[in-house]
Design a protein around this ligand. Structure first.
Ligand SMILES: C[S@@+](CC[C@H](N)C(=O)[O-])C[C@H]1O[C@@H](n2cnc3c(N)ncnc32)[C@H](O)[C@@H]1O
Length: 292
């Protein structure tokens, strides 16, 4: 299957910023930050691997703790085939493979998938990686666990989230487990109601050239969606690139209904992926459900 890559950035100018629509429609200006852009994904890969912070991926000691919990508490140490959706550079998959699981990771970040493949080859991990969009990819079948972690679930529209859950359901064996790590409703609302802000950078995630990043957020009460906009202003040319990201908020009941609709039962909520998290990560929690 061909990767389905969407363009998430739009070139605008300074006047377009002045005349922008004040309340954007959820998902209308782009869906998420451009994980799949080659340059962005190279810069993001450095953030995934950085041990000074927990952005993009958590620090290795936290991931070790999570994987221990997944292996012992969720999988009861029984080796299974694991599907890691939005696997990034394979930091969870490589550890699960080290504990005897056979892993398949899918991600549309070219740099992350290249890193994950190289790591698996060099260390002979039982991990297979695919550079694809999880909304379109063929997941295969025969899995004992399908996971989508670190809040990415909320950055899909409800339509896409349902599609991904349906595909995961199909890919799992009967009795197979789904592990989600979504955001709380309150956290998503806080993102949407957050203040506008900006920063300057000589080169960073959104551009390797000197630039300003102007950020604003909105909360769409009717659909419970937070929308974030980023205008990247190139310092040399004044050219502007716009990125936008929307996040769907769900109540606990909303998660339960969605999972039931997609054929999952025995839904359990956990405070985290195991162990206590720092305050910055307290907005995430874990859900384990079983394919009926
Ligand atoms: C917050 S990162 C988490 C990475 C990894 N799960 C971890 O915790 O280390 C989210 C990941 O989801 C991937 N992603 C987002 N949307 C995707 C899509 N539609 N298809 C495939 N991957 C996607 C991004 O490229 C990124 O690697």
């Amino acid at each position: 299957m061909q990767p389905c890559i969407t363009r998430e950035e739009v070139d605008v100018n300074l006047l377009d910023i002045v005349h922008r629509q004040y309340n954007p429609e959820p998902w209308s200006e782009g869906e998420k930050i451009p994980w799949n852009d080659p340059g962005f994904s190279e810069r993001m890969l450095k953030q995934h691997l950085d041990q000074e912070h927990d952005a993009a991926s958590r620090r290795f000691e936290t991931i070790d703790r999570h994987v221990d919990w997944i292996h012992k508490t969720v999988l009861k140490t029984k080796p299974v085939k694991v599907l890691d959706l939005g696997c990034g550079p394979g930091l969870y998959a490589r550890r699960l493979a080290g504990l005897g699981h056979e892993c398949v990771g899918i991600d549309f970040s070219p740099a992350s998938i290249a890193y994950a493949k190289e790591d698996a080859d060099a260390n002979k991990f039982s991990c297979t990686y695919f550079h694809q969009d999880i909304r379109a990819a063929d997941y295969g079948t025969g899995y004992g666990l399908a996971m989508l972690i670190f809040g990415e679930f909320n950055v899909f529209s409800a339509y896409d989230a349902k599609k991904i859950l349906g595909k995961a359901h199909h890919a799992l064996n009967n009795g197979g487990l789904l592990l989600l790590e979504p955001h709380t409703f309150e956290y998503v609302r806080q993102i949407g109601e957050g203040p506008s802000g900006w920063y300057s950078s000589d080169g960073g995630l959104f551009s390797e050239r000197p630039h300003l990043c102007l950020m604003e957020s909105f909360w769409d009460n009717e659909s419970s969606v937070a929308i974030e906009r980023y205008f990247i202003v190139d310092a040399a040319t004044g050219g502007v690139t716009r990125h936008s990201s929307s996040m769907q908020a769900y109540t606990d009941e909303g998660y339960r209904e969605l999972l039931a609709e997609c054929g999952f039962v025995d839904v359990l909520f956990y405070d985290s992926l195991g162990g206590s998290e720092g305050k910055a990560l307290a907005d995430l929690f874990a859900i384990v459900a079983r394919k009926q």
